[in-house]
Each structure stands twice: as C-alpha cells, then as structure tokens.
Design a protein around this ligand. Structure first.
Ligand code: ATP
Ligand code: MG
Length: 218
C-alpha cells in the first residue's frame, strides 16, 4: 500500500518550546489509524500539520506522493477543500449559520446549491438531527454540535478524514453512531486518522500510534 500522507522529520516549535520532535509517520491509503497520548503531548498539533492547516517548523510533508509546498496557497486550499475532511476538537461551527448551512459550506465549493442542500439534509438525518437543520449551533447541545461538525467533514467525500476527539462530547449511543459512520467510510476506502483518549475506541482502528512529549513512541 502506498502512503496518502507522509511526514518526514517533522518538528514544530512554538514560542521557544518544541512540541513535535522529528516525527516520521506514514498514513496508508484506506487505513484507519488512531493517535493516542497524554493531554499536551502534541496530538492536535500533529493532526493540523497532516491536514495542511499548519506548517512544520522543519521537516517535510507529502500528500498523495507529492511534497507539499506550503507557499502555494491555492494548491493547499484545493487539497484541503476536496481531499481532506477535518473534525476539530472544539468543532468550530460557524455561529451565524444554521446546522444545515454549516454542512453546506464545503459542498457549495463543489456542487450546486440545491445538491448541497439535499446532501447536507441527508447527512444530518443520518446523524439523528432531522428537524434541527435550521437551528444555530448555540441552539444545539454539545453532542449535536459535534455531529454537525462530523457531517461537515464528511460532506465532500474526502480521501482522508482527520478527526480530533470526534466523540469527545458524545454519550455512548452517539459515540457508536459516529464510530459506525467512520467504520463505514473506511470500508468504502476512505482513510481515517482519529485522535482519541479512549483506548477502547483506539483499539478498533487498524493501527495505533502513541505520541508522548512530542515524539512517536514505538
Ligand atoms: N498556539 C499555541 N501556542 C503555544 N503553545 C501551544 C499552542 N498550541 C499548542 N501549544 C502547546 O503545544 C503542546 C501540544 O499541544 P496539543 O494541542 O497538540 O496537545 P494535545 O495532545 O492535542 O492535547 P489534548 O489531549 O489536551 O488535546 C502543549 O504543551 C500546548 O500547550
Ligand atoms: Mg488536542
């Protein structure tokens, strides 16, 4: 199998502190990888770099076999829009938009408005949010907001879903809804990288990578 994302000697410094240290990691096409590790160990920072939302201080990032040149803004945003779905640890829904409109945002860049609305509605139903499409994020519970965020990440059928604690705010039933969806996407060939504190969830992945103090522990 060929890697979809490769990191080579990736390091990140913030304010004189090194938070990622010489990370070498391949994420293979179609695999479900979990990332575990203590709070503050660098999991979110690592995921941002894999999702091309942040650039490393040193080292190289490859996506689909090509070296990512972080100076090419247009190429980076095209990759992010079409090929990467990101679920943030603190969901970051747009507060002024309804649930439906939030899910439509990435879709509007690739399909017509009518098609975007149809797909966004279907996804929200799948996530048990039927009837709540027109609510703003503040009118939804934390778990409901998290599900809208997952729907938004998967809307464009990306090659890879990078999910940072996607079930962090969910009860066990909704955790299952989200995990089943991720497993289904994996069956259909989507590559998944999921950060979690929950070892039971992590163990459902094909492979687990542990980050301790900014380094991969092998
Ligand atoms: N913008 C920033 N400015 C300063 N320090 C930062 C910044 N972002 C992250 N850090 C620091 O980098 C380290 C790694 O943070 P990161 O968010 O990647 O951890 P994490 O493993 O995701 O933790 P958690 O499990 O709590 O989400 C932490 O020590 C954090 O304080
Ligand atoms: Mg984090």
């Amino acid at each position: 199998m060929s890697p979809l994302i490769s990191l080579r000697k990736v390091s990140k410094w913030i304010g004189g502190e090194q938070i990622l240290k010489d990370i070498d990691l391949d994420v293979f096409k179609g695999e479900f990888l979990s990332v575990v590790g203590p709070s503050g160990s660098g999991k979110s920072s690592l995921l941002y770099i894999m999702g091309l939302l942040d650039r490393p201080s040193s080292g190289e990032v490859f996506f689909g076999g090509y070296r990512v040149d972080f100076s090419e803004d247009r190429v980076i945003s095209e990759l992010r829009n079409r090929r990467i779905g990101f679920v943030f640890q603190f969901h970051y829904l747009i507060p002024e938009l309804t649930a439906l409109e939030n899910v439509m945002v990435p879709l509007m860049k690739t399909v017509s408005r009518a098609e975007a609305e149809r797909r966004a509605k279907d996804l929200l139903s799948l996530f048990g949010l039927k009837g709540k499409e027109h609510r703003k994020p503040y009118q939804l519970s934390g778990g409901e907001q998290q599900r809208v965020a997952v729907a938004r990440a998967v809307a464009n059928d990306p090659d890879v879903i990078l999910a940072d604690e996607p079930t962090g705010n969910l009860d066990s039933q909704n955790t299952e809804v989200v995990m089943d969806l991720l497993m289904d996407l994996k069956k259909r060939g989507t590559t998944i990288v999921m950060v979690t504190h929950d070892f039971n969830l992590a163990s459902r992945a094909d492979r687990i990578v542990e980050i301790v103090d900014g380094r991969i522990r092998s």
